[in-house]
Design a binder for this molecule. Structure first.
Ligand SMILES: [Zn+2]
Length: 280
């Protein structure tokens, strides 16, 4: 006699628990909220939080941007929207919303996190990078530094990091242009192309230009600073002056913009800012 097959009900909901950062919130109907969340093990998820605006809500104060949350939801095959059943705050970062510059930097981190995540794909390392960057935004005197560190780590995590020390095309040395030995270190420049993946040697730059690619030049000290910030176990105390940091951010943001083929919304103000005209 054949064994009776086990009964599987595809309709029964599955209960899921995961750590999360909220990416977006949309009001839904009179009293509910739809949230898009980045999770540690399930990538990007879309959840419905019912009755969130009712006085008796169990989600009271627990669905804010920037906090690390533990969410519990029910989902099932074919369901685009999970049903949020519980939310607990693991790390509260409400102070990020009290300062406009920190708030903007924190939004940029969330925006990049959203770009880097897939639905139902675990991305624990990226999730952890974002949580660490939000934590540092709270403690660092100015937001630029934790943000640029995150941008460089984000590119590395996606396998898109720019070549900062060697030539992006041939992997060989890519010395400063002109007569670097006769120039003060401060004014040495190197060839750089986002289209080619970063720093270039003179031969590869010539080839790239012949193929119609854009090649520019940047102060060598900016790429050296970016390389130091991109080291995985970088010393957070590494001193870096504010002017160089802005230029590193500019390189990282433009490189990101090119690699992602889109300008994240939160970059608009930064990339059209007056610092562009100060690049030596
Ligand atoms: Zn080369």
């Amino acid at each position: 006699m054949l064994a009776k097959p086990a009964r599987v009900s595809y309709a029964s909901p599955v209960r899921v628990t995961d750590d999360a950062l909220l990416l977006r919130r949309f009001r839904f109907g009179e009293s509910s909220l739809v949230v898009h969340a980045a999770t540690r093990s399930h990538g990007r998820v879309h959840l419905l939080a019912k009755g969130v605006y009712r006085p008796s809500t169990r989600f009271y104060g627990a669905l804010d941007l920037f906090d690390t949350l533990r969410l519990e939801w029910q989902t099932g095959p074919g369901r685009e929207l999970g049903n949020l059943t519980a939310a607990t705050i693991l790390v509260r970062r409400h102070r990020l919303a009290a300062d406009l510059d920190r708030y903007r930097a924190a939004l940029t981190i969330l925006e990049l996190l959203e770009v880097g995540l897939q639905e139902e794909q675990p991305a624990g390392e990226l999730f952890q990078l974002a949580c660490g960057a939000l934590d540092r935004l709270l403690t660092w005197p100015l937001p630029d530094r934790p943000l640029v560190e995150f941008e460089l780590a984000f590119l590395q995590n996606l396998g898109l990091a720019p070549a900062l020390s060697e030539c992006a095309s041939c992997g060989g040395p890519a010395p400063a242009t002109g007569f670097p030995d006769r120039e003060p270190e401060e004014s040495r420049r190197v060839l750089f192309s986002a289209q080619c993946g970063g720093r270039l040697c003179a031969d590869c730059a010539q080839e790239a230009r012949a193929l119609g690619r854009r090649v520019g030049s940047l102060p060598e000290k900016v790429l050296q600073a970016a390389a130091r910030l991109a080291e995985p176990h970088r010393p957070h105390a590494l001193p870096l002056d504010a002017a160089t940091l802005v230029l590193v951010r500019d390189v990282a943001a433009r490189f990101l913009e090119y690699q992602l083929q889109a300008r994240p919304k939160s970059y608009r103000a930064f990339l059209s800012g007056p610092h562009r005209n100060r690049i030596p």
